[in-house]
Design a protein around this ligand. Structure first.
Ligand code: KG4
Ligand code: ZN
Length: 349
């Protein structure tokens, strides 16, 4: 077992966790964790303001480390390693968490592990489900990313699909903005959609049926704007129809990727949008069709958190993978470095 202190600050959540992990048996326990959301600070702007985010991380992260260690009843000395998100994300925030991790590692004489935020999301299902074995097919859907990856092992990712414009979470957030549902948008769209008819508004399903392993949501977003401006539809019907169109796109693209992938143990979803119950239900049906289990972490592990960073750090700890104190913060850091870059890959992870 290894005790890992995890730090996350790549977007608009400051998060600290202590994980007791055994990567060999996939046994893990979240000893303590706290998440400080900056929603209130960004709400007036309808989106994350990088400067405000970085300042807020810098204000709260040190007291949060102290509080989480106190919750755990452990000192810094008890940690086996410090794992901090080193990218991708908003660079000011990433630097706050990474520099904090470096300072703690240096002061306590502990190894530093620089974690890719996307790897945190990608491996978080293994924290939630001790039976989930490599390789698995992962749908990673967040505010800045929309990818399907074959997760072959720790640090081994093959990207099968990505978005050519907006990420799925971005499409939810923009729809919420168009409908005036506030920020953050994804949960608000999901709530509003419950009272609507998903067939009420005819909306496009970009790329559905195409053999190109890509996502596109820009056209869907524009259609949502036109539907709202037409004045013909209520917000609940627009939200429900948008959500259904987006889910149809995701299911179609995931089915395509399942055919392109090698044998996998499970269909897995992670990232903030994986908290969406309608999406989880639709993917559960697809998984059933192809005879695979669907593994979806509990919603609290889907949105940004430090437990997933601590867990990814634990897997790296078990593999003896550490980083020097001069490791750089990276605004962009693809999981599959061999995959060609795509226009529109966002900074928000
Ligand atoms: O992974 P995450 O917490 O942050 C990063 O982007 O890294 O994902 C946040 C995204 C936002 O776009 C948010 O609107 C979306 O996840 N989201 C949801 C839901 N909960 C969060 N989208 C749809 N339905 C939800 N229930
Ligand atoms: Zn994220």
């Amino acid at each position: 077992m290894a005790l890992i202190l995890g730090l996350e600050s790549s977007c608009d959540e400051t998060a600290v966790a202590v994980i007791d992990s055994d990567a060999a048996t996939l046994g893990a326990r979240i000893v303590a964790q706290r998440i400080a959301s900056q929603d209130e600070a960004h709400r007036p702007y309808g989106g994350v303001v990088p400067e405000i985010a970085a300042r807020a991380h810098a204000e709260v992260i040190a007291p949060m480390v102290r509080a989480v260690l106190a919750d755990a009843g452990l000192g810094l000395d008890a940690m086996d390693a410090i794992a901090a998100t080193a990218g991708p994300g908003l660079i000011g925030g990433v630097m706050v968490g990474l520099v904090t991790g470096k300072a703690l590692a240096m002061a306590a004489g502990k190894p530093l592990i620089a974690v890719n935020h996307l790897e945190g999301h990608a491996l978080s299902p293994r924290l939630a489900d001790p039976t989930l074995a490599y390789p698995y097919l992962l749908l990673l859907v967040s505010g800045g990313h929309c990818q399907i990856l074959e997760v072959l092992g720790l640090g081994q990712y093959r990207r099968l699909a990505t978005t050519i414009d907006d990420a799925l979470g971005e499409a939810f957030d923009k729809t919420a903005k168009i409908l005036g549902l506030g920020y953050p948008g994804g949960p608000a769209v999901e709530r509003t959609a419950r009272d609507g008819n998903p067939r009420a508004v005819p909306l496009p399903r970009p790329l559905v049926g195409s053999g190109d392993p890509q996502f596109s949501f820009a056209g869907l977003k524009s259609a949502v704007l036109r539907a709202k401006q037409s004045g013909l539809h209520g917000d609940a019907d627009i939200a429900a129809s948008f959500q259904q169109a987006a889910i149809d796109c995701v299911v179609d693209r995931t089915r395509l990727s399942l055919h392109a992938a090698g044998p996998v143990s499970a269909l897995v979803i992670a990232g903030g949008v994986a908290a969406n119950a309608a999406l989880r239900a639709a993917l559960g049906t697809l998984a059933g069709e192809v005879g695979l289990p669907l593994v979806a972490p509990p919603p609290a592990l889907c949105t940004d958190n430090a437990a997933m960073i601590g867990w990814a750090g634990g897997e790296r700890f078990a593999a003896g993978q550490f980083d020097p104190l001069d490791v750089a913060a990276r605004p962009r850091w693809p999981l599959d470095a061999a995959a060609p870059p795509v226009r529109g890959a966002g900074v928000k992870a």
